[in-house]
Design a protein around this ligand. Structure first.
Ligand SMILES: [Zn+2]
Length: 465
């Protein structure tokens, strides 16, 4: 699994740099300095923009599933990789995201529509750094063990995959929790009985959390394992449910849906007359839920029978050709919202458990050594960097020796406004030869603090906060 083949995308970027026309090489040093500065600026912009953002791509792999997560820190998790030959579709999404390798791959179960894309992905130049599956390979049938696609999966990553058990986690990003809820038909908190018999029901199920945002994905899990999850209330109140088994009617058990109460349901489906996914019965079940979720499907199902469709506005690829049925989800913890986007459509939805971050009040500057009487004229200036007004009743400043200034006389500080308070005989003093000042909110939570080691008469010390 330590394939060292260079990713063609990364290679392409290198070639582009080398192909700068001769004319521009005249001022090569200047150009390089400029490029370096540009890259540095871009890096800062990207890191600040992505620091609170999780991206999820429900990649259009027709009748199959491949879901790519890009963490706020830029790490990637691919859950399943679609059918044989569909690696190129995954790679094209990776290129759009500017990522060159898959840091973590999870194969939910041993059906070809979930691992078949691996040879085309790896042979196309993608490195899989770390892979997980459910193990239990000694229980697979000879037919499965001899299936060409399975053998290829095994040769490329499966033989080296870690076995992901219920309760274990995938270390995708320090700001996230990726927890295995079910694996091999065994759920969290359950002793392992004899191995399950139904391949779908043995799918790995993951609860993925990013701040208050909660997302469940469970491969082709069916009612038996879903019932165990529901009976134990293992997963409640998710924001997004990626449907088990492409919207099959033997999955998405109503009792589990009641626990999940998702605001959004996403169906990865194709147009297969044998499977007829998604089932109209399942779509009806979703439509009867209270509260009613927004439901999306990657492709329109066109083969009749028991299969069904959502209204066209909620289907990413209406013609079900090519790979343009990908549904993207961007989660932003700063605004507390996520956006579901496909073709020219987008829907913005609030994260269920999100609460606005506390007031962003900072110590902007202080004058420890004013011209004149320190007891009266020492000053502290606070700045409201948040988006709402902050009433200052019960806020206070404290210095290193524990003496305080009440800030009640400051009234209310509006968003983007600064306000200055003078000491006027209050007990706390700002030491002329250094001190530390702490800002507390009415719940005695420390909001900001600033340390200085000297001062000059009449000169304000700007904190840079
Ligand atoms: Zn499947």
């Amino acid at each position: 699994m330590s394939a060292t083949r260079r990713h063609p995308y990364c290679f392409a970027m290198k070639e582009r740099k080398n192909s700068v026309p001769h004319l521009y090489r005249i001022s090569g040093r200047l150009m390089r300095a400029f490029q370096f500065a540009l890259i540095a600026v871009l890096f800062v912009l990207l890191s600040s923009a992505s620091g609170q953002t999780l991206r999820i791509y429900h990649i259009d792999v027709e009748q199959g599933a491949a879901t790519l997560f890009i963490s706020p820190g830029g790490k990637s998790l691919l859950v399943d990789c679609g059918k044989t030959g569909h690696g190129a579709r995954i790679k094209s999404i990776m290129q759009k995201c500017g990522i060159c390798q898959i840091d973590f791959f999870v194969n939910t179960h041993y059906h070809e529509d979930h691992f078949g894309g691996m040879p085309s992905l790896v042979n196309g130049g993608t490195t899989i750094s770390s892979a997980y599956d459910r193990g239990d390979k000694e229980f697979l049938t000879p037919a499965k063990l001899n299936e060409p696609a399975y053998k290829e999966y095994e040769n490329l990553v499966g033989h080296n995959a870690k076995h992901l058990m219920r309760g274990e986690t995938v270390p995708l990003d320090p700001s996230m929790a990726v927890t295995c809820i079910a694996s091999g038909g065994v759920v969290l908190g359950e002793e392992k009985p004899a191995p399950g018999v139904d391949e779908n029901d043995m799918s790995i199920g993951l609860l993925i959390q990013f701040g208050a945002f909660r997302y469940f994905i469970g491969g082709d899990m069916a009612n038996t394992t879903e019932k165990k999850i529901a009976d134990r209330d293992l997963v409640t109140d998710v924001d997004v449910y990626h449907t088990d088994h492409h919207g099959s009617e033997t999955s998405s058990l109503p009792a589990m849906l009641q626990d999940f109460r998702p605001n959004v349901i996403i169906i990865s489906n194709g147009n297969n007359a044998t499977y007829q996914h998604p089932r109209q019965k399942t779509l009806d079940e979703f439509a009867s839920m209270n509260p009613k979720p927004l439901v999306f499907q990657t492709n329109k199902y066109l083969k009749g029978g028991a299969g069904g469709n959502l209204a066209d506005d909620f289907i990413a690829d209406l013609a079900t050709v090519g790979s343009n049925g990908t549904i993207t989800l961007t989660v932003d913890l700063t605004s507390g919202k996520y956006v579901v986007a496909y073709r020219d459509k987008s829907h913005t939805i609030p994260i269920k458990g999100w609460t606005a971050p506390g007031p962003r009040l900072v110590i902007a500057s202080l004058v420890p050594n004013p011209v004149g009487d320190d007891r009266q004229l020492e000053e502290v200036t606070l700045q409201n960097k948040g988006t709402s007004p902050i009433p200052m009743a019960n806020w206070y400043l404290q210095n290193k020796s524990g003496k305080v200034w009440s800030l009640v006389s400051m009234g209310t500080i509006n968003a983007n406004q600064s306000a200055t308070i003078r000491r006027h005989g209050m007990p706390m003093n700002l030491g002329n030869s250094g001190d530390e000042v702490f800002l507390y909110d009415p719940n005695h939570q420390l909001i900001d603090h600033f340390l200085y080691t000297s001062s000059h008469e009449g000169v304000a010390i700007v904190t840079g906060h």
